[in-house]
Each structure stands twice: as C-alpha cells, then as structure tokens.
Ligand binder design. Structure first.
Ligand code: CO
Length: 638
C-alpha cells in the first residue's frame, strides 16, 4: 500500500520544504522575464536554503521568504551564471557571472550528444572499419572529460564518449565496448570536435544479457514472503517532516545531492534534542586505474559532474521497496528549465532488524528480549553503468547509520592485451580496477551549535607496577583544535573513532554529550598525489576533515568540479587552519570502496555495501532503548 502524494500546490509550511512544482515554474518564469535566456540551459533549479539562524529560530506560523537558486549556462558564449530568485518578491535578487567553470552535464545533453555522434560521417566511417553497420545497435555514452592540462580543451564544454555495441536489440551494451573509439563533443555547440581512434579491437563476443526476457531458466523454488503492517506504519509525515517514535527530521532533495536530511533530533525525557542540522552526501568520485589512452580519463564526479538527484530512479513498490511504504516525489527540471517530476524518488519505510537487546536470567528462568526496528529513508541513482542506493537508517537505540549500496554493471574495456589493471569477467572483456569515494557533509548540532571533535585511540598500558600482568588498555581522547589537526585517517589497530561532543552540555554522569563516528570499510586512493585526479579531488586523501560552519562551503571538490583543474573545496578552505573548538562545526567523512572486479560481479554486480555509523556516546544517560515494549509473542518466548 502507498500513501497518496501531497498535492503539488499545497501551502508551503516550513522554510526548508523543497520547491513545489509551482515554485519551480515561477522561479524559471521570473528569471526568463528579466533576462534573454533563449540560448541558456538550466543545470540546476533548487531551493535556496534560508540561513541556518532563521531556520533555528523559526516558529510555526512565522512568515518566511521563499527563494530559488539557479545555475544557468549560456550555450552561445559558454558562460555560467548563478541566480537567486525571490518567489516572495517576484524578482531576481542576485545575478552573478561565474568565470572559468563548467556546470554539471545534463540528461538532455547526453541524449543530444549521442545523436550528434551517431550522425557524424567520420564516426560512421570508424564503425565501418570495424564491420559495424547497424547504428541502432550502437550506444554512445557521454562522459565528463576531466582536466588533464591539454591547452586545446581549456574553456570548452566537452564530453568524451565511450561507445558500445548491443549484440541484439535491447541487449546489454555495457558488455560489448567498442574499445579505443572515443568521440569528443563540444556540448555548447553540440558538435563533434574529433574522433579519437586508437585502432581496432574486436568487440567482446558474448551478449552477457541480464534482462528477464533473456533469462529462460529462472529458479522455481521461491515461495512468497509478505511484509504486512495491518495497523499501518509507526511514522507520521507532514509535508517533508517525518516523525518516527522518538526521532524527527525533515527531508529535502536537491539535483546535485539527492536526499538531504535537516534538523535531525531525538525526543529524550520530553525534549527534542538536536543532533544534526543538515546531512548529505556532498561528492562522490570514481577513479579508474587503467593508464591506457582510452581509459586514463575515467574519473567520474557523480555529484559535481552529473548530480545524483537528477539521476534518481522512480522506485517501484514490491521491487525496490518492500512493505508499508511512503514515497516522496522529486521536483526537478530538464535542461530547458521545464519541470520534471521523478515520482517515488525517495522511499520511507520501517524494517524489522533482528534483536535489539536480550538477557536471560537462568536462575529465574526469565527472558527479556526486544525486537529492533529501524526507519529507512533512501533513494537510488543510476549513473551510466552503475547503480547507487543511498540509505539512512534510524535505530531505537539512538544510532544513525548511512549505507551506500553499489550495484549495476562494471565498466569494461575490450581485451587488447593482458588485463594488469583489470579482471577478465567474460571472454575478451576486461573490467577495469577502480575505487568509489563518498564524501559526507555532516553539520552536527549536538544540543546546540557549539561542538568540538576528539579523536579517540585505544592504547596499551606499559607493563610495570601499575600493570604487572600487562592486560591494561585505555581509550585516549585528543582534542582536534583546528582544521589542519583534524585531517585524519582511520586506524583499525587503535580502534580509532572520532567523537563529536558539546563541551557545554553534560549527561548525568558529568560526561560531555556526544556522538561517535564509527568508520566502516575504507581505503585510500591509489592515484599518485600529483595525478590530475588527486589535484581535483584532494579531499579523498583524508578520511576526516572538520571545518567551522560556513553556509557557502558545501562541496569538498568545489562548486564546479566539471573540467576543473582542482584546488577548490576542502583543501583550500582548510589552508586557513581555522579553529574548530567549541564552535559550529561541519564534519566531513570520506569512505572508499576498493573494487578489484570479480567474474561474479558480472553481468550485473550483486549489491556491495559500505557506510558508517553515528552512535550516541554519553549523549543519553543510559540506553534509550529500554522503553521499547516486548513484542506480542505468537507463543511463549520461554
Ligand atoms: Co565498483
């Protein structure tokens, strides 16, 4: 069962509500009325978030301004502009030229680019040289070109395309790369600049199909499994405000980041205590490890170059999501500024999660056990060959978990030689080694805005009079006072974690209230420190960064990483080495998934999971999960 969607013209009840369909239409109309935008594209139309101070002091019923933030690209001149439109005043509040940048690539550009390449005689001649004549089976996948210091690419808006050949209509083209044939397209002129042809490599022979229609022998022994909640879910939704048991938060959705959480709080002893002001994934980079000319440029910035919100899937009940689901639509735009609604982009539901806590007193023959339930809010984006599920989980013990689910199809080349930098996954098909780095921006507000961060390492006590048997160890907390001191790596051998605290608030034991960031799987980049990709995404070289809150500091590789030479974002901001002690801070956590492909990852990769936890540490006086009632047992638990 799904709930009905809120009407798109409903009254906006909170300053952080995402723009409605009518507001997006108004924003585009207002800017079009003031400017001649015939040759313009609209890479971004989204809510211009009100100042944090305004949101925090907002009381229900207070009047508030509504503003839209737009990025505009003039295809005629190649210039980029940012506009802030007041929807309340009906005018363009600011209009700013942003020199020497390229905004994200838009879906319309991808489709137009593919058509232009396929129609180009030189491209068709290169196909003919390979014995390919059926253009309907050819797929041209435009990629960001990156920045490698080539003078003839500066100032142009370029895409570098990877080409594939389906074995049959509707076939799996990612399994059949036309290796070494790379069209390069000027996206402003929408014209082919050059066709790079590195020589003929045979297209891998197998179709490697995955669609149901190509899978004749599906297993027959799976019986139905139903999730039912006869009384409905335990959450309440009002607009984009969500309340579940003691948790409450708001959600937003941006073209670049997709799902955003705001004002995450937990009700404790009758008071809602703040934990996070804003939390989102802020960038994602996928560097590939093959140095050959057709592959070395493969470095996708999936947020800054594309936008995972724009690439969000429309989810399907029973397939993507199981159970009692509440969906939220995403109000987006196409490249011409026309409203494009992705229905069911965000999924909200509850899941049983095994045992929350248990103890048996065998002397009394008494068992106390509680089942764990978690609230799940998620969306899934398709970025060319790959799928990413972005999942937040809220637990009854105060834990917040973030998890990325990676699936989809490996990026492959055809095998021209021994695949040192990849793995053979089908005959003549080489899946390239790569990594996926995810950067989270976590604006903590633990019981107020003034917070600090400690690194906690466990250390063994030296053997001696106080530790005669050598068993002692202890946790050592070290304050990270400034931005440079807070550029840190994981260390599983000291059980390292980072603890965000409010030094001005204590629990009943006199400890500062805190949450710890518990790292999960992680890795460092293998790209050289001087490589173009590490210059552009140097944030990946540290797992932790902490900055003082600045509204404009949103993206760790800068606002416009597409074709940018690098140096922007976290490395630049933190040069100032600002204080991060007892002030409003933002914690940035980077985690990397290292991917040496396996044959079993092909033709579609079974989901891989990676993420981290935020766990209360002294935030509560004791376990906040003791009041969870026992489940009604179908038979005695004894
Ligand atoms: Co991968």
């Amino acid at each position: 069962m799904t709930f009905s969607h809120p009407p798109s013209d409903s009254v906006v009840k909170h300053p952080l509500e995402p723009l409605t369909v009518a507001e997006v239409q108004a924003a585009v109309a207002i800017v079009r009325a003031e400017r001649n935008l015939d040759q313009f594209r609209f890479p971004c139309v989204t809510l211009h978030e009100p100042p944090k101070s305004l949101v925090l002091s907002y009381q229900t019923g207070d009047p508030f301004e509504r503003e839209a933030f737009l990025i505009l690209l003039d295809n005629a001149t190649g210039q980029t502009y940012e506009a802030i439109v007041s929807l309340t005043q009906n005018n363009v509040k600011s209009w700013q030229h942003i020199p020497n940048v390229q905004p994200n690539i838009m879906a319309d550009e991808l489709a137009e680019c593919e058509a232009v390449v396929k129609a180009h005689p030189e491209f068709q001649a290169a196909l003919a040289k390979r014995g390919i004549s059926d253009l309907d089976l050819v797929v041209v996948d435009p990629w960001a070109i990156g920045h490698f210091g080539f003078a003839d690419e500066v100032g142009l808006r370029l895409s570098r395309c990877i080409c594939y050949l389906r074995q049959q209509p509707g076939g799996n083209f990612y399994a059949r790369p036309i290796d070494g044939l790379i069209p390069v397209v000027d996206l402003n002129k929408m014209a082919v600049v050059r066709i790079e042809d590195m020589g003929v490599v045979p297209v891998p022979p197998e179709g490697s199909e995955y669609a149901t229609r190509f899978t004749p022998n599906l297993r027959q022994d799976i019986k139905p499994l139903h999730i039912t909640q006869p009384e409905g879910p335990s959450f309440e939704v009002d607009g984009h405000f969500i309340r579940w048991q003691k948790w409450q938060f708001r959600i937003g959705f941006t073209p670049r980041e997709g799902l955003v959480l705001y004002t995450v709080g937990y009700e404790d002893q009758g008071q809602v205590r703040s934990i996070l002001y804003r939390a989102s994934m802020a960038e994602m980079v996928v560097p590939y490890g093959d140095p050959r000319p057709q592959h070395f440029r493969k470095n996708a910035f999936d947020l800054g170059e594309h936008g995972v919100g724009l690439l969000a899937n429309s989810l399907k009940l029973g397939c993507d999501c199981l159970g009692e689901i509440r969906y939220f639509d995403a109000v987006l735009t196409n490249s011409r500024g026309e409203v494009s609604v992705t229905e069911n982009a965000v999924c909200l539901h509850e899941e049983d999660y095994g045992i929350l806590w248990k103890h048996t007193d065998w002397r009394l023959d008494e068992v106390e056990v509680r089942r764990s339930r978690r609230l799940v809010i998620s969306f899934i984006a398709t970025v060319d060959n790959y799928e990413y599920g972005f999942f937040w989980y809220f637990y009854q013990d105060g834990t917040i978990q973030y998890e990325v689910k990676l699936t989809g199809i490996l990026l492959c080349g055809a095998l021209a030689d021994y695949p040192k930098y990849g793995t053979l996954v089908a005959p003549q098909l080489n899946a390239l080694n790569h990594q996926h780095f995810f950067c989270m921006r976590l604006d903590f507000d633990l019981d107020g805005s003034e917070n600090s961060v400690y690194e906690v390492n466990s250390e063994a006590e030296a053997i001696g009079p106080e530790n005669p048997y050598g068993n002692a160890f202890y946790a050592k907390s070290t304050l990270l006072p400034t931005e440079k001191a807070a550029q840190r790596l994981i260390d599983p051998f000291t059980a390292r974690y980072w603890k965000i605290v409010n030094p001005n608030a204590t629990n009943r034991l006199g400890q500062p209230v805190g949450f710890k960031l518990v790292a999960g799987e992680n890795v460092l980049p293998f790209a050289h420190p001087d490589s173009p990709i590490l210059k552009r995404a140097r944030f990946m070289t540290k797992h932790l960064w902490v900055t003082p809150y600045q509204a404009a500091e949103r993206y760790p590789a800068g606002d416009y990483p597409n074709q940018h030479p690098g140096g922007e974002g976290l490395p630049k901001w933190t040069e100032a080495d600002r204080s991060i002690e007892n002030t409003d801070i933002v914690v940035w956590y980077n985690f990397g998934h290292h991917h040496i492909p396996r044959p079993e990852d092909f033709p579609v990769m079974p989901t891989a999971y990676i993420g981290f936890m935020l766990k209360p540490v002294g935030f509560f006086d004791a376990s906040p999960a003791m009041d969870v009632p026992p489940s009604a047992a179908k038979q005695s638990c004894h």
